[in-house]
Design a protein around this ligand. Sequence first.
Ligand code: NAP
Length: 555
Amino acid sequence: MSSQVSSSFNRDQSSPSAVDVVVVGAGFSGLYLLHKLRALGMRTRVFEGASDVGGTWYWNRYPGARCDVESMQYSYSFSDDLQQEWRWSERFSAQPEILRYAEHVADRFDLRRDIQFDTLVTTAHFDEESRCWNIETNRGDRVSASFLIMATGCLSSTRLPDFKGLEKFSGKTYHTGNWPHEEVDFSGQRVGVIGTGSSAIQAIPVIAEQAAQLTVFQRTPNYSIPSRNDAMTPDYELQWKSDYAALRAEARKSRNGVLTNPNDVSALAVPDAERQRVYEARWEVGGTYFMSAFNDLATNQQSNDTAAAFVRDKIRSIVRDPEVAELLAAKDYPIGTKRICVDTNYFETFNRDNVTLVDVRDAPIEEITETGLVTGGRSFAFDAIVFATGFDAMTGALLKVDIQGRGGLALAEKWHAGPRTYLGLMSEGFPNMFMITGPGSPSVLSNMMVSIQQHVDWVVDGLAYLRAGNLDTIEPMREAEDNWVEHVNDVAHQTLFPQANSWYMGANIPGKPRLFMPYIGGVGTYRETCDEIAANGYKGFYLEAAKQREVTAAE
Ligand code: NAP
């Protein structure tokens, strides 16, 4: 079965290094891809840089790491047995439990036998003659594949700023996005944390409980909502599991792929007291639900101001030192336009005697020294420094690989002014190369599990369509791509998002092109668009058959 199917794509199957599909990455995208591609009878090889499955949940083992999408929603829906049998212990799962889930999925569907771990794909070049991707790894593998699927994740390429003197520090350094596997014990230590994004906001309260002294270096304060995380109750679990099919279907149609009980009313349409009541209620429920309190927080500055002011007041009521509270209260960008954070006791942590906040906005970190760091002319001594400095988001992991498409065009060259894709799935000039949750798709603005499954289903259905039609090449048309890029940009500019210096905009990396990378039109709308395009014979894509080309060449 498998070889018969394979032969429709690969003309030379005699070589053991020729497969139908190479998948890069064994996180939640790569695992589901492998499962689906196998079901389609595709010979698939997955390469993964880590020593095991899990992707982001393999690497981000920092203290306090936790998902801020509820466990009942941050999970696969493709197998009813899996979603019924797996039991989450908390409302918001911690990293170890999510990693165990990924491992369980790998075992349950017997996925590991087609995954080569500890292997990084270094180059992927499209050969126009054979219409195959020639792929090489850092371990000397050379594989040719009819299709290449980049399941490399949006937040997987860690970013360490180019601090002067970094190599001089004699203590330990850590990056939240690449945390050691063995337990890190900060007991009795002087620890510095650089950064106050989602990762830092989760790690700081936990590190503060261990460390003798914790100093937090903040450049930009973040808005954060308490998670109100708690143990999963049997009632809540049953509520989901007894109606999973319908609830998942609703999430797929929703704006962000998460059911957040959205309130379809403008924040300006209700009296002040009512608005405060709504915010208060959402604050008590906890989590990102807060941002669904009204329907125009992402689009109307005045409405957004009311939510931002509410959160600032909360910070002032929690943090005892008024100066520290003011430093922690974000003021110069709309709430939600940098990724909203979700925490457990983050602001409360600044009431501890062993925690100090240092503002580095006006006095940047000058250098790392042998004993610590210097900022604003002040020296700080540390036993350990934690860099919670984020990622080269959305494009970093893709551009780390030397990808060359038709005519030797490098993806990095094509994207020099910012990523250009059709639907965030493919890029013109790179036939048969797909991206899962690529730039130009809802990706990071959504529940990744919903978006990953939608992309994987769409790609695998597309491959089945090609096979059924004896076609072997798919590539976006230039015009379709240009229109999509323009649409992504237009929709973003109908919101407040472009106002913030966020990683969504590439603003956290000096020199990175500034444009809003994810698609903010909504998960449900996006799905409909993708489905319509497929139903119309993959409108906007060139589909070609090898035979056609051979005939044309002979003429
Ligand atoms: P991040 O949001 O990019 O935060 C990086 C932090 O480092 C920012 O506070 C940034 O300040 C600071 N920073 C960077 N360079 C600096 C420098 N030279 N000097 C001083 N400060 C510097 O990264 P992250 O916290 O790892 O989060 C990334 C994303 O991962 C999140 O937005 C979220 O999507 C995802 N995530 C999700 C969860 C969850 O589900 N709960 C948890 C963790 C991460 P500026 O803001 O001034 O640039």
